[in-house]
Design a protein around this ligand. Sequence first.
Ligand code: RIB
Ligand code: CA
Length: 313
Amino acid sequence: MSPRKIIIDTDPGQDDAVAILLALASPEDVELLGITCVAGNVPLHLTAKNARVVCELANRPDTRVFAGHDRPITRALVTAEHVHGKTGLDGPALPDPKMRLQDAHAVDFIVDTLRREPSGTVTLCPIAPLTNIAHAFNRAPDIVGRVREIVLMGGAYFEVGNITPAAEFNIHVDPEAADIVFRSGAPITVMPLDVTHKALVTGPRLEAFRALGTPVGRAVAEWTDHFERFDKEKYGSEGAPLHDPCTIAWLIDPTLFSGRRINVEIETLSPLTRGMTVADWWGVTDRPANAMFMGDVDADGFFALLTERMARL
Ligand code: RIB
Ligand code: CA
C-alpha cells in the first residue's frame, strides 16, 4: 500500500519533535509533504526554528517547513514554557538550524497542496492549536471536502483538562479554530489526553531510547526526561505522556488504538470552560457523530513501534 501523504501542523514542543521524527523514520507509511508551524507551546519564531532543528537532527534538511499564524484567530496567545522550557525544546543542546524556512505562508501551502493533490489523498496531522487549519478552511472552503482525514492531538473527556480544569492545551489556546474544524464536516480522528496519558515514557522506555546510542535516541531520552517534570508534579505519573506521536502511530498501525465515533463540540463562550471538548461518549444527545474519539492505546506496542522507528534515524 502506498504511503499516506500527510502535512504535520505543529508547535514543537518535545512531543511534537518525536512525532516529526516518527514520520521521517517511516517513509513506507507516510510521505511528509511538509511541516506547517503555528504558535502554541512557544511563540511562532521558536516553533518554526524548532521544526527545522528536528529535521536536521533526522538528517532531513530537504523537508519543507513553513511558518503560519503567530496567534489564535481571536484570542491572545497562551504558551506553555512551563512545560516545554524557554526554547520549547529544552533537554538536549542541539545546533541552530541551517536549513531555511519556505517563503510561502503555511496556510497557502495547506490550501495549495489540498487543491493540487488528488481529492481524498492528503491527511492533515495537527498536533498543536488548530489556528492554521481553521484559517485554511475559512479562506478556502472548497478544500474541506478534499481532505482524506484530520488526525489531531487535542481535547479530553475522562482525563478532563491539562491547562485548565476543563480544557486540553491545543484546544484551549484557540477554541474558535477548534470549533471551525470540528464543525467542518471533514473526517476527524482525535487523540485526546484520554489516550496520550496512557502513553507514558516510563524509566525502562526512556532507557530504551537512550540505549539506541544514537543522537536521535539520546535527544528523545533527554526531551522526555525534561518534559516529564510537569506531568510528574501534576499527576504523579510515571513518565512524560507522548501526546503528539500518537497521531503518526495511528497512521502506521491503527490497531494500537481503540475508540468510538461520537459527537464532539467545543466550548467557546464560557471563560470557565473555554476550550473544553464536550464529547458525547455515552451518546446521551442526538447530536450527530463528527469524530472518531480514541479512548485506549496498547502502550507497549506503541513504544515498541516508536523505539524501532527511532533506531532507523
Ligand atoms: O496538551 C498536549 C498538547 O499541547 C501537545 O500537542 C503538546 O505539544 C502541546 O502542544
Ligand atoms: Ca504539540
